[in-house]
Design a protein around this ligand. Structure first.
Ligand code: NAP
Length: 230
């Protein structure tokens, strides 16, 4: 599942009944790849906001590769976990005011009511949503992409683990994916020669034309060894 491709906006027009929320719950623990039938769409009333609680309304949520293996650790009937950008609609919590945009693990649902101090991460432990700073007109969905987990994974993986140095050659596999495409672009900013490998000619073209990789190859047409020699 590509995070960027699979990330979808939750359209306001879908909220036909503001008294209800819609959410996806886990209907089955997937066997192999996750299928639509592994999820069930449920509609239920939006709970009243109590002291210290906030009503968040989804602006966007993401679909990420980590979700598939993690689903096996959650009970059937659990609201599908995941990060959201959400708007604060009502607040009885001092850290969140009406109109704020926040980022947190609020799950695959149109609305979330609860105490933000008690929001949990699917990886374990508490993970309080944070209020998104002013992005000066940029899309808040970037908080789920380059300014969020994929961007951090690419940036810190590359700069802290790979000891990136200007002038070096950086080879990226899975290059057209969420992480790989960011890795290559960060590598270019750091002055590296960037070579990407992806599984289709369309992706190869995207890598060189849009992501400005120096070279890209379709690994289904040429082996990595042959490509790097050429
Ligand atoms: N997204 C995150 O925030 C995040 C955070 C931490 C770690 N990760 C890890 O980083 C990796 C990449 O994640 P991503 O978000 O970039 O995923 P992605 O957007 O789905 O891209 C992954 C790419 O891997 C290639 N691929 C798929 N199946 C493959 C296979 N069987 N063999 C070889 N290549 C295959 C596909 O490209 P081709 O069709 O071109 O082969 C796909 O575009 C994953 O292992 C993920 O768990 C992701």
């Amino acid at each position: 599942m590509s995070r960027l491709v699979a990330q979808f906006l939750v359209l306001r027009s879908a909220y036909s009944n503001m008294a209800n929320l819609k959410k996806f719950v886990i209907a089955n623990k997937p066997d192999g790849e996750a299928k639509p039938t592994d999820f069930k769409l449920v509609e239920e009333p939006i709970p009243q906001v109590k002291d210290k609680e906030v009503l968040f309304e989804a602006v966007a949520f993401s679909v990420d590769p980590y979700m598939r293996p993690l689903m096996n650790f959650f009970e059937v009937g659990t609201t599908m976990f995941g990060e959201q950008v959400a708007k604060v609609i009502e607040s009885k919590h001092p850290d969140f005011k009406v109109g704020d945009l926040a980022v947190g693990y609020l799950g695959w649902q149109t609305h979330y009511v609860g105490n933000p101090d008690e929001v949990t991460s699917p990886f374990g432990g508490l993970k309080k949503p944070y209020v998104l700073p002013d992005l000066l007109g940029l899309s808040p969905t970037l908080a789920l992409g380059i300014l969020g987990t994929p961007g951090n994974t690419a940036y810190f993986g590359l700069t802290k683990l790979c000891e990136l140095k200007p002038g070096k050659t950086l080879v990226v596999s899975g290059a057209a994916g969420a992480i790989g495409s960011h890795v290559g672009q960060i590598g270019k900013i750091f002055g590296c020669k960037v070579i990407g490998f992806a599984g289709s000619d369309e992706k190869v073209s995207y890598l060189t034309k849009e992501c400005k990789f120096d070279h890209a190859f379709n690994y289904k047409k040429i082996t990595v060894k042959e490509a790097l020699k050429s």
